[in-house]
Design a protein around this ligand. Structure first.
Ligand SMILES: Nc1ncnc2c1ncn2[C@@H]1O[C@H](COP(=O)(O)OP(=O)(O)OP(=O)(O)O)[C@@H](O)[C@H]1O
Ligand SMILES: [Mg+2]
Length: 531
C-alpha cells in the first residue's frame, strides 16, 4: 500500500506537482497519464522512493516492485531464468540446492552433505519450489521469451528482450504493489494481450504509466491525470472509458458556461458604454462594467487544445538511384546464434522498407550496422552516390546525455546558427530553460523529440528509424506519423506499431533473421504486431 500526503515534487527550479494526496491499496489499478514531460516518471520514482519529495510524505507498507522506463542493465553474466527467479530469492535457493547435490555426489562427509541438502531443499520449497519455477517460465512465455532464451545470459539479449526480462521479473515477484513505467514499450501485440489479462486480475495494487489506450481500457479502475499547467494531479475513481466521457462532458460544460458568461458580459458592457456618457448614470455604468468582469472571471478556463510539437523530417538532398545497400551482412554476438545471417539489401531513392522479425531477431543490429555504428563480422554496407543518412536509435543512442539540449542539436546539425537552433528547438517544444538541460534528465518522450529534431536540417535522404513512436504521447505520436507519411526520401523502419506501418505505406519488407527481401503485401501485416 502507498499513502501520499501533501506531496510537492520539484525538478530543477520547476514545481511539477504541489499538494498531492492519494492512497493506493490492494485491487487498485491506477493509470497515470499526461503529456510527455508532465512528470509521470518523476512521480513514480517518488512513490518508489528513488527520488525525494520537496515536501509531504510517502508511506509504503508491504513489498513494492518498480519497473523503470529504461531499467538499469542487470549483471550481463546472469541467465534469464536466474534473473527472473531472483525476484523471489529463488535463484540463490536453486543455486544452493545444485551445490548440495554436487557435494552429495562427490562423496566425502555424507552426513554433512545430507544435512546441507535438506536445508537447501527446505529453503527452495519455502520459496515456492518447482511450482514457482514453472510459474516463472509461464510469465516469461507470456511476454514472448521462449524456452531457448531462458538459459542465455542477459548480456546476450537484444534491448527489447532485456526489457521483457525485467518486466517478467517484476510480474513474477508477487509484490503487494507494482509501479510500472510504460510496460508495453518494445512489446508485440501478443505480449500486450497477455499483460492485459495478467494485470487485470492482479490482486495487489498497480500504478502504471502508459500511452497504450487499449491497455488502459482493459486494466485500470482509477485514472490519475497529471496537469503540468496547474502542477496538479486530478484523481478519477473510474474506468478509462468513464474518465474519457467525463472529460468530454466537462469540456463541453466549460465551453457552454464560458459562452453564456461572454454573451451576458458583452450585453452589460454595451449598456455600460451607453450610460457612461451621462453624469447621472456614470456610477451605475462603472458597476455594470465591474459585474461583467466578475462574470467572466467566475468561469473555469476552457481547456485549450494541448500544444503539439511541429515535428518535421528533413528535406532530402539529391542522391543516386540506390543510395544505400548491403551485401551478405553477417553478425553474431559472442558465441551465440547469428543475428544477421547473410543479409542483402538495396534501398532505392524514395522507397519505403519495413524490417520485421521477432524480438531479438536482429532488427536494431541491422539498423546500427547500416548507420555505421557497429561493424558487421563479414559483408559490407554499400554507400551510394550522394547518400546522406539520418539515424534514429531505439535507445536514443544518438544523444549525448552530458551535453545540453541545445548542445545535442548543435552537434547533430553543426551548420545551424544559434538562432536557427533556437527555432528548431521551439518547434519541437523545447522552450526557455529547457534548452540548457543536460539530455540525460529529459523524459522519454522529450528524448525522442530531441533525437528527431536533430534530423530536420541534416538533408538526410535515407532515414533509419528504430521504433520511432515508443514513449510518445498520442498527440506527439500523430505528429511523427504525419511527418513519416509525407516524407519524400527513403525510409527504413523497425516498428511494432500498426499505426506507424499505415503511415509508412511500405513498398518492400525485409524479414529477419533470414534476411529475405520481398515486395510488401498485406499478408505481412500480422508479422508486424506479432513480430
Ligand atoms: N534533474 C532535472 N533537472 C531539470 N529538469 C528535469 C530533471 N529531471 C527531470 N526533469 C524534467 O521534468 C519533467 C518531467 O519528467 P518526467 O520524466 O517525469 O516526465 P514524463 O511525464 O514521465 O514524460 P514521458 O511521457 O516523456 O516519459 C521533464 O520536463 C524533464 O525534462
Ligand atoms: Mg516517463
Amino acid at each position: 500500500m502507498i499513502s501520499v500526503r501533501d506531496v510537492d515534487l520539484c525538478v530543477g527550479a520547476r514545481t511539477l506537482l504541489s499538494g498531492v494526496s492519494f492512497h493506493v491499496g490492494p485491487g487498485d489499478r491506477v493509470g497515470l497519464v499526461g503529456r510527455n514531460g508532465a512528470g509521470k516518471t518523476t512521480l513514480l520514482k517518488a512513490l518508489a522512493g528513488v527520488v525525494p519529495c520537496a515536501a509531504g510524505r510517502v508511506a509504503r507498507t508491504g513489498s513494492l516492485g518498480y519497473l523503470a522506463q529504461d531499467p538499469a542493465p542487470a549483471d550481463p553474466a546472469v541467465t534469464v531464468t536466474d534473473r527472473i527467479l531472483s525476484a523471489r530469492g529463488l535463484d540463490r535457493a536453486v543455486g544452493a540446492l545444485r551445490a548440495a547435490e554436487a557435494a552429495m555426489a562427490a562423496g566425502g562427509d555424507e552426513g554433512a552433505a545430507m544435512a546441507a541438502y535438506a536445508r537447501a531443499d527446505d529453503e527452495f520449497q519455502a520459496r515456492g519450489g518447482y511450482a514457482a519455477e514453472a510459474e516463472a517460465g509461464r510469465v516469461a512465455a507470456g511476454l514472448g521469451l521462449p524456452e531457448r532464451v531462458l538459459a542465455q545470459a542477459v548480456g546476450e539479449l537484444s534491448g527489447g528482450q532485456r526489457r521483457r526480462v525485467e518486466l517478467a521479473r517484476m510480474l513474477f515477484s508477487r509484490h503487494d504493489t507494482l509501479l510500472l513505467d510504460e510496460p508495453t514499450n518494445h512489446l508485440d501485440r501478443d505480449s500486450v494481450e497477455w499483460l492485459r489479462g495478467f494485470l487485470g486480475g492482479y490482486p495487489g495494487g498497480v500504478v502504471m504509466v502508459s500511452h497504450d489506450v487499449g491497455l488502459l481500457a482493459d486494466v485500470v479502475n482509477r485514472v490519475f491525470h497529471l496537469d503540468p499547467g496547474r502542477a496538479a494531479l486530478d484523481v478519477h475513481n473510474t474506468t478509462w472509458h468513464a474518465y474519457l466521457a467525463q472529460r468530454t462532458a466537462d469540456d463541453r460544460r466549460r465551453a457552454r458556461e464560458r459562452a453564456n458568461a461572454e454573451r451576458k458580459a458583452a450585453a452589460l458592457k454595451t449598456q455600460a458604454d451607453k450610460m457612461r456618457a451621462h453624469v447621472a448614470t456614470a456610477t451605475v455604468a462603472k458597476n455594470m462594467a465591474r459585474r461583467a468582469d466578475r462574470l467572466l472571471a467566475g468561469t473555469e478556463p476552457v481547456r485549450r487544445g494541448e500544444k503539439v510539437a511541429r515535428i518535421r523530417l528533413p528535406e532530402p538532398a539529391p542522391c543516386g538511384r540506390t543510395p544505400l545497400g548491403a551485401v551478405r551482412l553477417e553478425k553474431a554476438y559472442g558465441a551465440g546464434v547469428p543475428v544477421l545471417n547473410g543479409v542483402d539489401l538495396a534501398v532505392e531513392r524514395g522507397s519505403r522498407l519495413v524490417v520485421l522479425g521477432f524480438n531479438g531477431a536482429g532488427k536494431t543490429t541491422l539498423l546500427r550496422v547500416l548507420a555505421g555504428r557497429e561493424a558487421p563480422d563479414t559483408g559490407r554496407v554499400v554507400r551510394g552516390h550522394g547518400l546522406r543518412l539520418g539515424y534514429f536509435g531505439q535507445e536514443h543512442d544518438t544523444l549525448d546525455g552530458d551535453l545540453t539540449v541545445r548542445g545535442n542539436l548543435s552537434a547533430a546539425a553543426p551548420q545551424l546558427t544559434d538562432g536557427e537552433v533556437r527555432q528548431v528547438l521551439g518547434a519541437f517544444l523545447f522552450r526557455g530553460d529547457d534548452v540548457d538541460k543536460p539530455a540525460k534528465v529529459l523524459s522519454g518522450g522529450e528524448k525522442t523529440r530531441l533525437a528527431l529534431a536533430g534530423l530536420v536540417h541534416s538533408g538526410a535522404n535515407v532515414l533509419l528509424l528504430d521504433e520511432p513512436t515508443n514513449n510518445l504521447d498520442p498527440a506527439s505520436r500523430d505528429e511523427v506519423l504525419g511527418a513519416v507519411a509525407t516524407y519524400p526520401g527513403a525510409l527504413v523502419m523497425v516498428t511494432h506499431d500498426e499505426g506507424a506501418l499505415d503511415a509508412l505505406r511500405p513498398d518492400r519488407v525485409l524479414v529477419l533473421p533470414d534476411g529475405t527481401e520481398d515486395l510488401w503485401s498485406s499478408g505481412y501485416r500480422e508479422l508486424v504486431a506479432f513480430g
